[in-house]
Design a protein around this ligand. Sequence first.
Ligand code: SF4
Length: 289
Amino acid sequence: MQIQKKPSWLKKRLPSGPEYGKIATLISDSRLHTVCQEAKCPNVWECFSCKTATFLIMGPRCTRNCRFCAVAQGPPSPPDPEEPLRVAEAAEQMGLRYVVITSVTRDDLPDGGAGMFAETVAAVREKIPDALVELLIPDFQGDAAALRTVMNACPDVLNHNIETVHRLYSSVRPQAAYHRSLELLRRLKTYCPEIPAKSGLMIGLGETREEIRETLKDISEAGCSILTLGQYLQPSKEHLPVERFVPPEEFEEWRQIALDMGFLQAASGPFVRSSYHAKELYRLRNQEE
Ligand code: SF4
């Protein structure tokens, strides 16, 4: 299936330039990965040029096969015990004071990789004591102990993306479960109410307005105070096609709806991704509290 032509508002600069090159070289020399590159994020030029990136730990191969995601699927390698230190060193060299860390889904590991998240938070804190850390975590297959391991590391923000509406889970995220992800968000707020919870979804996959509204309500009622909403873009011919390109005005409308529902901060726009301008969103959220 051919990839659809993008409308004018979705044209973006391709990854290149000196700052982009410096960050890309640092990441590869450090034997690290970023979700920016592995997931083919459209903001990679902008974010790398601003010397920011989202680290993808335990990567770059995922044990799941979500139909929207460009991250490679396949047998992953064993976690590298030196990786947390390398993430911390790279973050320090980049001058980061807000470090966003995510991972591939590691259903092959007994704790789903929760321990590696905790170790990476600790390593970053040791290397950059004034850094804030945001974690974007997988669902750990609903394992409450794994979630506690991550929460005990006391990240400054905990993010878990719901990704799409309930009806589309079987076609978009066949190995995930909508209610399991919602339950994870609820547990975050029950166990650690002081850690801001964040979630997000893509639109343009065929969902209805009512389904988007219900999903936002579910996330809000689960206790999330930060929302991200962006356009789904088809990474390759093998991935799900875009059903609709949502115009920027409609994203603004959803931002207002989200704020009216009770989210303290909502980023909504064609290029919004869960870590896009994460530091700014966190700062604005705290002003609203
Ligand atoms: S939006 Fe997030 S994933 Fe995309 S390039 Fe920026 S930091 Fe990376």
